[in-house]
Design a protein around this ligand. Structure first.
Ligand SMILES: C/C(=C\C(=O)O)C(=O)SCCNC(=O)CCNC(=O)[C@H](O)C(C)(C)COP(=O)(O)OP(=O)(O)OC[C@H]1O[C@@H](n2cnc3c(N)ncnc32)[C@H](O)[C@@H]1OP(=O)(O)O
Length: 355
């Protein structure tokens, strides 16, 4: 009898064998379903530092004890970006491993922060919406409300609503109306204010002054950040796997060569954290409050460079501490060809200038 490892024999064996599948298709989700995710991880200093270093988030409060104490933390905490990425990573095996891209997320909040190293994460998701994609019959669009909890106390540490394109087992007939509507809306020309104002510094008062100046001049407070981060094997494959994100989009070049992106792509949370890192490097962040209306517009792959652009939307003198005010930003990540790859609004407390 021939050895099964004989290449011709093995090719036939592969053809005849069933594949033990991973993940779920669109048809497997029903609104109201609650899924307790089996994977979990311990939020460690190492994991946090790996994520934050590679995405250029070098805020000393997350690295040094004295800087943490100065910001009112007991010790360097787990950063909300890493907490968000780890919460999502854990869900991928059940929600999106089958394929289909991360389209967007909103209402990202951190009711239980600050979170410290050593906390074990337990995550659950509820299916909140299952929709037909009118432009892509082989996919549906699914949204889930996900909660990342402290496994010991049950306290919710991170919560958000996320939307993915999810492959269907059976394509459906669609009228293509979504694609037609998208084409129609492209007719509007650019509508930008004449002047762009950049804040002088990164304190709360600098944002307030820039907003006042822009208001006088019918301008916008909008500026770009100098840093860029070219995507490599670490950012594309290692960081998502370090959050237990099993999406083939990030680590299986073989399968992804026959997909809309044609290649492995950067985990949306890496793209977004990188852009936010660039933005934070030009401000005096006090606390992260939340994120809304996040969208991933196009793929980021190995060799692409992630830059960031910021618009300051509003500022409010109140915050959780007298030492800070609250600012709402829109951040846009863009690539080396100036194409937007991510956008979202962010509410953050920004330190007031020390008197
Ligand atoms: C896998 C993973 C994590 C995980 O495992 O989870 C990741 O990290 S992966 C990396 C991050 N990700 C990306 O790299 C995707 C970037 N992106 C694109 O490359 C393009 O978006 C596209 C090729 C995917 C689609 O391209 P496209 O077909 O031209 O795009 P669109 O027509 O804009 O979107 C199609 C339909 O999704 C609807 N839609 C869009 N956005 C939202 C939203 N936010 N909420 C609700 N519905 C939305 C849209 O309304 C349309 O609906 P209809 O089909 O009904 O018209």
């Amino acid at each position: 009898m021939t050895e099964w490892t004989d290449p011709d024999t093995f090719a036939q064996a592969l053809e005849r064998a069933d594949t033990k599948e991973k993940g779920n298709c669109f048809e497997d989700f029903e609104e109201g379903d609650v899924i307790e995710h089996d994977p979990g991880l311990t939020l460690t200093r190492f994991g946090n530092e790996q994520w934050m270093s590679q995405t250029l988030n070098h805020d000393p409060a997350y690295w040094r004890t004295d800087a943490a104490a100065d910001r009112g933390f007991e010790e360097p905490p787990i950063h909300p970006d890493y907490l968000t990425a780890a919460t999502l990573g854990i869900t991928v095996e059940d929600l999106s491993e089958k394929g289909g891209y991360f389209l967007g997320r909103t209402d990202v909040r951190f009711p239980g922060t600050p979170v410290y190293a050593g906390t074990e994460l337990h995550v659950e998701s509820e299916v909140v919406n299952c929709a037909t994609s009118s432009s892509r019959p082989e996919y549906g669009i699914v949204s889930w409300r996900t909660r990342g909890k402290d496994a010991e106390t049950g306290e919710v540490l991170c919560s958000y609503e996320r939307t993915n394109m999810i492959p269907r087992r059976e394509p459906v007939a669609t009228d293509g109306s979504g694609a037609a509507a998208a084409e129609e809306s492209e007719d509007n020309g650019p509508d930008l204010p004449e002047e762009f104002v950049a804040p002088e510094g990164g304190y709360f008062e600098d944002f307030v002054e820039a907003l006042e100046q822009a208001d006088d001049e019918n301008a916008a407070v909008a500026y770009r950040h100098e840093r860029g981060r070219t995507q490599d094997d670490v950012t594309v494959a290692s960081l998502p796997l370090a959050t237990l994100n099993t999406a083939k989009q990030h680590h299986n070049v073989d399968v992804m060569s026959d997909s809309p992106s044609g290649d492995i792509v950067t985990y949306g949370d890496v793209t977004r954290s990188t852009a936010l890192g660039h933005a934070r490097s030009d401000e005096e962040t006090w606390r992260e409050v939340g994120f809304d209306d996040e969208s991933f517009h196009t793929f980021v792959a190995v060799g692409d460079t992630v830059y960031a652009f910021t618009r300051v939307l509003e500022a409010d003198d109140t915050a959780s501490s007298d030492e800070a005010g609250t600012v709402r930003f829109e951040h846009i990540a863009f690539n080396q060809d100036d194409e937007p790859v991510y956008s979202g609004t962010r509410t953050a407390e920004i330190r007031k200038r020390p008197s």
